[in-house]
Design a protein. Structure first.
Length: 127
C-alpha cells in the first residue's frame, strides 16, 4: 500500500496499544477508536458521560485536523457504550458537535471499555 499514511498528533492521546491514531489511504481516513483521555495528562475526563463524549469528539477532531480535514468530513461514526441508557446524552453531544448532513452511525452496547470509560468512538472520513 504505497499511498498509506499514518496520522499522528500530540493533540490527541497517544495510542495505548499496537495501533495508529489514524491511517489515511487516498482520500479516506480511518480514525481508531478514541476514549475520553486528556492528551496532556492521559487521564480520563471527569464529569460523566457528557464530559467523556465531548473529550472523545475533541480527540477525534484533533486527529481529523492532523489528517488535513475536520469532523465535518466524517462519513461514518461507530460508537460503543457500556450502557445504552446513555444513548440520549451521547446523541445530544453529537448533535452539538456535527451539523447536517450528519454522518452515518452505528451505536452498540459493550461489556467494558479500556480504562473503565463509558464511551469509545471511531470515525471514517472522506477528505
Amino acid at each position: 500500500m504505497n499511498n498509506r499514511a499514518v496520522i499522528s498528533t500530540a493533540a490527541a492521546p497517544a495510542a495505548i496499544g499496537p495501533y495508529s491514531q489514524a491511517v489515511k489511504v487516498g482520500n479516506t481516513v480511518w480514525i481508531s477508536g478514541q476514549i475520553p483521555l486528556d492528551p496532556e495528562t492521559m487521564e480520563v475526563a471527569e464529569g460523566g458521560i457528557e464530559a467523556e463524549t465531548r473529550q472523545v469528539f475533541a480527540n477525534l477532531s484533533a486527529i481529523a485536523e492532523a489528517a488535513g480535514g475536520s469532523l465535518d468530513n466524517s462519513v461514518k461514526i461507530n460508537i460503543s457504550l457500556t450502557d445504552l441508557a446513555n444513548f440520549q446524552a451521547v446523541n445530544a453531544v453529537m448533535a452539538a458537535t456535527f451539523k447536517e448532513p450528519y454522518p452515518a452511525r452505528a451505536c452498540v452496547q459493550v461489556a467494558a471499555l479500556p480504562k473503565g470509560v463509558q464511551v469509545e468512538i471511531e470515525a471514517i472520513l472522506a477528505i
